[in-house]
Write a protein that binds this ligand. Structure first.
Ligand code: UT7
Length: 337
């Protein structure tokens, strides 16, 4: 097997994903349920997106609650106690509160009293952005153990009267614990990209200082997610192809070296287009969007946890995670498991 290379030629302290966990809420919202809410059909949703159902958080179940549950599952798997965690990073666009950060809420819920905490905003790409930040802190020896979480409660910002968007999204959280591990390649490389020129194809215009939450702005639904679906689709395919190519170049691996590809779970047709462009069979992709829809920053994290627990890949295998999201942001990570 080829020796992968790190992005920089300097040897860095190897960083491994030592545990993963995920959580989705109990309530299932099916396409049949949505047929009663907006002018849509199960046939349209399945054929255009591949989504059959999604999970919706209970009243009072916030992003931090889902994140803490996912984190606890990762901690159990990794046999890491709360006191050992040095840093908590939560990637989210639906924080419990603007401040404090959702990471601070998670810290309280799991009792990780020694951790520094902050949130990271890169929309659906946030989990891989956070993996890269964690890797930097660990490889430069600032921290030993970092808890990375992708969590979103998009049901709280979706316009439930807009059939163009409300059928696509769901709620959930996924977590990974990253640590230095001797003799392991772990996270080999992460590539991150952004293109702010496309900021308005997928965004929530209200709620920040540009359009504060006034009664007028609220009535205009500025506090909900707005999306140009066709343009987002086009940019998603281009940016995920770029991110995949870059991560493979950086790691010195070819697509055939990968045992599994874990893509952002937005639309099956986007994944099919990526598979075709990269000339790789669809079976190599782990797909769960039929059951969870697009859970934003949580999507790739939940899929990673599910794929590893169901034996989609094994110790020593190379896997690739690849994402895109609002911003526009995109990213990819090559990991040796
Ligand atoms: O994390 C990133 C998040 N976002 C994405 O990844 C979204 C990327 N984009 C997409 O996945 C697709 O563009 C959509 C699934 C959003 C839309 O699929 P499409 O094939 O691009 O459809 P379209 O926007 O071109 O719309 C086709 C038709 C329109 O009707 P007309 O104008 O042709 O009469 C829409 O009004 O489908 C209509 N439509 C629907 N019909 C039934 C849009 N949403 C629905 C719906 N049910 N839910």
């Amino acid at each position: 097997m080829k020796r992968p290379r790190a992005r920089n030629s300097e040897p860095v302290r190897p960083v491994s994903i030592v545990g993963t966990g995920s959580y989705v809420p109990e309530r299932v919202l099916t396409n049949a349920d949505l047929e009663k809410m907006v002018d849509t059909t199960n046939e349209w949703i399945v054929s255009r997106t591949g989504i059959r159902e999604r999970r919706i958080a209970a009243p009072g179940e916030f992003t931090s609650h889902m994140a803490a549950k996912a984190a606890q599952r990762a901690m159990t798997q990794a046999k890491v106690s709360a006191g050992e965690i040095d840093l908590i990073l939560v990637a989210t666009v639906t924080p419990d509160t603007f401040f404090p950060s959702t990471a601070c809420h998670v810290q309280r819920l799991i009792g990780a009293t020694s951790a520094a905490c902050f949130d990271l905003s890169a929309a659906c790409s946030g989990f891989l952005y956070a993996i890269e930040v964690a890797q930097q802190f660990i490889s430069n020896r600032t921290y030993n153990t970092v808890l990375v979480i992708g969590a979103d409660r998009l049901s709280s910002i979706v316009n439930w009267e807009d059939r163009n968007t409300c059928v696509l999204f769901g709620d959930g959280a996924g977590a990974a614990l990253l640590r230095w591990r001797a003799g392991s390649s772990g996270v080999i490389t992460t590539f991150m990209g952004s293109d702010g020129r496309h900021a308005n194809i997928l965004h929530m215009p209200g709620g920040g200082c540009a359009a504060p939450t006034t009664p007028e702005n609220f009535d205009k639904k500025l506090n909900t997610l707005h999306m140009n679906g066709r343009e987002t689709f086009k940019q998603a395919v281009i940016s995920m192809q770029t991110a995949t190519t870059k991560a493979l170049e950086q790691s010195g691996l070819s697509i055939q070296d990968l045992s599994c590809i874990i893509p952002h779970q937005a639309n099956l047709r986007i994944i099919e287009a990526l598979a075709e462009r990269m000339d790789v069979p669809l079976e190599k992709f782990h797909v769960n969007l039929d059951r969870y829809g697009n859970t934003s920053a949580a999507a790739v994290a939940i899929a990673l946890d599910e794929a590893s627990r169901t034996g989609r890949f094994h110790m020593g295998d190379y896997i690739l995670m690849v994402v895109f999201g609002g911003g526009l942001t995109y990213a990819s990570s090559v990991v040796q498991w």
